[in-house]
Ligand binder design. Sequence first.
Ligand code: B16
Ligand code: MG
Length: 242
Amino acid sequence: MRRGPPRLFNKKEPEMTQCCIFDLDGVIVDTAKYHFLAWKEIAGELEITFTEKDNERLKGVSRMASLDILLSLGSLDLSEERKSEIAERKNKIYLEYIMKLKPEDLLPGVERFIISLKEKGVSIALGSASKNAVTILRQLEIESLFDAIADGNNVNKAKPDPEVFLKAASMLNKNSNDCIVFEDAIAGIEAAKAGGFNCIGVGNPELKDKTEYIINGFDDISKLEKIIERIDTENIKEKTQC
Ligand code: B16
Ligand code: MG
């Protein structure tokens, strides 16, 4: 029988967290402001009013689904061909901002936290809706920290479908309940829950209705470790009750 508190991240103990899956925008770097600026420019061209509040609805949502939301704000119905052209143009504008990203743009504490997980033997994956994910990781100089990358290029279904997180877990040969997902968007939390993942909400107090675990950011590693210990304890309880 186990004695004392559970040891964190012990790979020999199957109940322990073995993999952490990170969303990109809003968790590793704030690219939402660049998505907003690019969509705002497109909205102006289409004579649609588009505010920062509207932009909240695009977080975690794929590019084409974001365009559909924008068009619905202006009650516009366009052909698929025209929509592809607009999405491509939006991406060109967005990439101009992205190519200026630097390691200093990483959100506070996240790189140090990922490194501390790796030192404990935890596998690290990306689970992002973005088709630009690898470009962004390269700009931030952290691509080599990731053992697997699931993004808009290797999944078909957008969050809140769990496909992107299931893909990340399967790339690492892990089950959902061996993994913790870090997410800032409601669609992302729903995706993680639908896939049976443990999930920690990052930086958005509105997520408290969606998940019991919320952090402001990655600065407080001891708080993070306490949450992960609670998740591991719950996993142990569940598995020993089966
Ligand atoms: P792209 P995440 C998401 O990133 C963004 O939150 C969302 O606003 C964006 O529409 C989506 O990526 C697709 O991005 O146009 O670069 O393919 O939060 O899933 O990392
Ligand atoms: Mg996000």
